[in-house]
Design a protein around this ligand. Structure first.
Ligand code: SF4
Length: 349
């Protein structure tokens, strides 16, 4: 059974860096103190009461967990130990930077019940990392991934298409390198220009051109399809609206509260456009869990097909795989896959 994640945002705590895009106070929606043991236990109790019997996983998101003072790391993990022992908690996940992980730290985290580490890889291009003020290299990311995997933990990579110096081609190359390194899952956060950051200063000075929403969607669509081909889940696309982002805090860049759905919808829209000719009348069958993606945000896919002269209705079909569409036109049926049958070129983005 998939665990319910109990999130704790630890804000800018523990991080001595100032990446050009980062305003952790905005992204985490919380400033200041770390949660106390009591607050941690209270929140877990609250989430347990609504979890419907599903296992719980505590996640420390936000800052750089392993850059916190060791005593603070211990204090955050201490109240979780009895809950791991009595089965209330299934596991713990943390997020951190690639240059704050080594074999000893991974072994210690494993002993404390941490089973997943998310790394802020962002890019595997050293020029991009430098221009973004990250303070670590692509080699650090590869080394961190190796340490985590050899310690027996799952490792996720966060990637940020659209950083200074990045191109769609380097974004795809970053993804390919991290796939080859053996990550277990991805998060994709196309670059957003937040007010008050160094990136905002550069943007306002005309020194940085962010990804537009449309271009960011196009890049993420290709990255998502490639990750799907490699069999690696992408568990999140785009920063969450509920973490304090809105029209006030976002100055520019690729942000939309439903970015993930826009990207998944585009995969289906592109497949339909590839195989259904203008003027056709078709019924498109899809796995029930993909209905809203196939229809599109605010019925966007139906409307865009109508603009091509395609009359399309969408119907659930439990016999199909999630990546498949069955297209019925007159008396013929064809099954297509967004993994196998779409054909993208990163050079066209
Ligand atoms: S490492 Fe993370 S928390 Fe620290 S400045 Fe960069 S993005 Fe922000």
């Amino acid at each position: 059974m998939k665990p319910v994640t109990v999130p704790f945002f630890i804000s800018h705590q523990g991080c001595p860096h100032t990446c050009v895009f980062c305003d952790q106070r905005t992204i985490s929606g919380a400033v200041g103190a770390l949660p106390t043991s009591e607050q941690i236990r209270d929140r877990i109790d609250l989430w347990k009461s609504t979890a419907g019997g599903r296992p719980l996983e505590v996640a420390f998101f936000g800052g750089t967990f392993t850059a916190l003072h060791e005593q603070i790391q211990s204090e955050l993990l201490a109240p979780l130990q009895p809950l791991l022992n009595n089965g209330t908690l299934a596991s713990i996940r943390i997020s951190t930077r690639p240059d704050y992980i080594d074999d000893d730290r991974v072994a210690w985290l494993f002993e404390k019940g941490v089973r997943t580490i998310e790394l802020g890889v962002q890019s595997m291009d050293d020029t991009v990392l430098k221009a973004s003020g990250r303070g670590h290299s692509a080699a650090d990311s590869l080394s961190a991934i190796r340490c985590i995997k050899s310690g027996g933990l799952a490792v996720g990579a966060q990637l940020m298409p659209g950083l200074p110096g990045d191109t769609p081609t380097t974004s795809l190359a970053s993804l390919e390198q991290v796939i080859a390194a053996g990550v277990d899952f991805f998060r994709m956060y196309p670059t957003v220009v937040l007010r008050g950051t160094e990136l905002a200063r550069r943007y306002l000075a005309g020194e940085f051109i962010p990804l537009s929403l449309d271009r960011g969607i196009a890049v993420c669509t290709i990255l998502l399809q490639r990750a799907m081909q490699a069999g690696i889940p992408v568990i999140r696309i785009g920063l969450q609206a509920e973490t304090g982002l809105d029209a006030e805090s976002v100055l520019a860049g690729c942000w939309h509260p439903a970015l993930g759905q826009l990207v998944r919808s585009k995969l289906y829209a592109d497949l339909i456009s590839r195989f259904v000719s203008p003027g056709e009348r078709v019924t498109v069958f899809c796995h029930p869990s993909r209905l809203s993606d196939v229809v599109g945000v605010k019925q966007g896919n139906l409307l865009s097909q109508a603009a091509r002269g395609v009359q399309m209705q969408v119907v659930r079909d439990i016999s199909l795989m999630k990546d498949e569409l069955k297209v019925k036109a007159e008396d013929t049926y064809d099954i297509y896959s967004i993994i196998k049958d779409s054909n993208y070129s990163i050079y066209e983005v």
